[in-house]
Design a protein around this ligand. Sequence first.
Ligand code: CA
Ligand code: CA
Length: 298
Amino acid sequence: MIQIPASQIIFDFSKDNTPVATAKSGDTVIFNTCDCYGNAAPGCKLPLPKNGNNPTTGPLLIQDAVPGDTLQVEILDIEVASEGLMRSGPGKGVVGHRFSKEFVKRIPIQEEMAIFDEKLQLPIDPMIGVIGTTSAGAAIPAVTPDSHGGNMDCKEIKKGTTLFLPVFVEGALLAMGDLHAVMGDGEIVICGLEVPGRVTVRVTVKKDQTITQPLLQTEKYWMNIVSAPTLDEAAKLATEHMHDFLISHTELDAETAGMLLSLVGDLRICQIVDPQMTVRMEFPLSVMQTYGFIPWHC
Ligand code: CA
Ligand code: CA
């Protein structure tokens, strides 16, 4: 099985990055990842560059992936280390103006529980903060989410889900990192429970679909994930994008699709702390299937 060590990292998604491994469509690949600070994983003590955090493992070249294809990434497993940490301080995140000091909190993880303090243990729900293909244009820093994916901080990107990413360059150049053992929608203090770990994915090149934004299929929902400079823009784009998708991939017309978006579509915030804001629209797969949609991953 192809395995990429946590020392093989990039700090931006750039078409000029040299692939560190090559896979065929249908291969299973393990990405070992540092935490977003690059300094908590054993054997992964990295000097952080000036341009920020989020060391991202990769990129992986997928043979036969060409611009216009869609890369299907099945998240088969996410394992996390036995300790994570949170770091924030004045001016950081949504309530940073109320903080008087920098803080770092180390949080042990035992038997699938994050031990926050002596009073509270939280069940972990591991997710991938940064995952993306590589854009054809200028390099995009690993801290910035965009149409290639990247730092989306979407808590629904977790074990058992399937992410669809646009392919913009030959080989797709997939990379991922920034695992969170648990995180709430919003990522309010600019971190989740940051943790090193290991992600197992199966990568498949789909030649029959072209997409422009990341899409996610979960057990019960179809989602799109959209990033934009403001929450308002991201929310509007995510809604319009899902409306377009419903019209083009089901028998629904514009008015009926709009009504159903209003009745059963859930517009949710992924994160409001990164260089662009990220929003997702969640729509029930069963309703789409009622009107002729065939899920992309069965
Ligand atoms: Ca992140
Ligand atoms: Ca993070």
